[in-house]
Design a protein around this ligand. Sequence first.
Ligand SMILES: Cc1cc2nc3c(=O)[nH]c(=O)nc-3n(C[C@H](O)[C@H](O)[C@H](O)COP(=O)(O)OP(=O)(O)OC[C@H]3O[C@@H](n4cnc5c(N)ncnc54)[C@H](O)[C@@H]3O)c2cc1C
Length: 428
Amino acid sequence: MKSNITIVGGGILGTSLAYFLSHVTDKNILVLEQAQEVAFHTSSRNTGKVHAPFLYDPQKKKFFAKAAALGFEMWETYAKQKNLPFKRDGVLEVSLDEEGTKRLEKYMSWGEQNGLKKEELKLLDSSEVSRQEPEVHCQKAIFCTKDASVDYGKFTSSLMEDAKQSGASFLLSTRAEEIKDRKDFLEIKTNSGTIQTDFIINAAGGMSIDIAHAMGVAQDLTDIHFRGEYWQADNIYNNLTKVSVYSVPKHPEYPFLDPHWIVRHDGRCEVGPNAVPVFSPYGYNFTENIKEFPSKIVEMLLSGAAKMLFDSQFLSLASGEFLSSVSKTVMINRVREFLPKVDQSKFHTRGTAGVRASVIDSAGKFVPDAVIKQGEKSIHILNYNSPGATGALPFAIHVIGELQKSGTVKISKTKCGPWEYDKILEKI
Ligand SMILES: Cc1cc2nc3c(=O)[nH]c(=O)nc-3n(C[C@H](O)[C@H](O)[C@H](O)COP(=O)(O)OP(=O)(O)OC[C@H]3O[C@@H](n4cnc5c(N)ncnc54)[C@H](O)[C@@H]3O)c2cc1C
């Protein structure tokens, strides 16, 4: 089998890339996805929020901030066109102490810099919060109206159908196992045959750094996987709050967010996610983690991640996350700090956990933004974490813009579905 461009990974990013590439170029596009369906991993196993961009530092998280700012309208338009769930419900971000309140003030400024309008972002004091959400206790809160609840799995499946209509092919249950440079083309060995391709886009989520390394790219970076777990609330809590409630993360330099009170698009409520270090991008259970443990530990010890393994604050925070993994009470108590009415006995079932791959540089620091690395016949997207689903459509356009600059693709048409490629590219 032959293709001009092969995308490894049919998550929300790989599928968005296939959607736009098949619309705006004449290239023959192929997506390889090892699972039996697209968005089988993180792209369906998340909080399902179209995040407002006030949480993202416009300097340190430039890609994520811009993509989230543009993603909201794009998903809203797409959901309307396809009749998919898009509930513009808003979000409350609460502070519990002075330090948290200072951070909210910073978020207000980031929100404005990232393009939110004054009427979309309000700083409320505790009495205003009580009027709006009587069960929420806090010092202050940001109420942002430009936040929505969706089903990213459904968005991805629908994008796949559209991409197929415009000529892209998807090979599901097909894993890229080995990539060899044959000078005139790349050869991809899969579990079901060999593919010849001119160019590879690595959008393999938690596996993307391994694929980059195998192709000799990004050798100075490595990653640590974190499993975000959820607990589902009993239906009696369905009207406890009108909107989802997040608390200001206490350690924003680490990927440990404090669990939120989540109201999903269909009204179901959950608590989560925590961030438990695991050894595989698919480390949903003990067996998978044990299998990957020896090789991952060796990789970490030989890279910048070794510094993280001896960082006492990281270790102390990580042990707190382990505790919240084994003890439901510990997890629910983290939300009781701002929503005291929730009672752990009303949570009977775990939700669907998802794993993120956080990239670490050679100095042993977590990289804050998405990373794009170009190889000779490849481009690699690494560290594509939250709000990656929110920003997948505009970020895919940005990646294609990079391919245009390097001469890998030529744009033959700018209209793609409800959007104009060049207008979005200008903004991102
Ligand atoms: C707990 C949690 C909550 C989150 N909540 C939100 C949220 O509310 N809003 C938001 O915007 N973002 C959220 N995110 C982030 C968001 O889900 C991710 O940024 C996004 O899904 C990443 O998409 P992706 O396509 O890059 O990766 P993935 O969805 O992981 O897709 C990569 C795909 O590549 C495939 N693959 C890997 N290796 C190979 C191979 N060798 N051959 C073939 N296929 C391969 C995998 O099977 C996988 O399907 C959350 C993330 C987590 C972990």
